[in-house]
Design a protein around this ligand. Structure first.
Ligand SMILES: [Zn+2]
Length: 71
């Protein structure tokens, strides 16, 4: 099976490369580093908080009282 090293884009072969799909241990470690970076990004709190402007007036539904209508 042949793939490209996700780090340096060099062609790698699962039969000849021990670090497949990376071309070398170095690239594999680099990928681990990227993972850690991603973790940091995700863990960082979002500063952009957009306030939803939705002012909905919920009027209480008053049931129509069908009272006695005597004439
Ligand atoms: Zn590589």
């Amino acid at each position: 099976m042949k793939l490209k090293c996700p780090i340096c884009k060099q062609p790698t072969d699962s039969e000849t490369t021990a670090e497949f799909p990376f071309c070398s241990a170095r690239c594999r470690e680099r990928d681990l580093g990227n993972w850690a970076m991603e973790k940091y990004k995700v863990a960082a709190p979002m500063m952009d908080e957009s306030e939803p402007e939705e002012t909905e007036t919920n009027e209480p539904a008053h049931p129509e009282s069908s009272g006695s209508d005597d004439e």
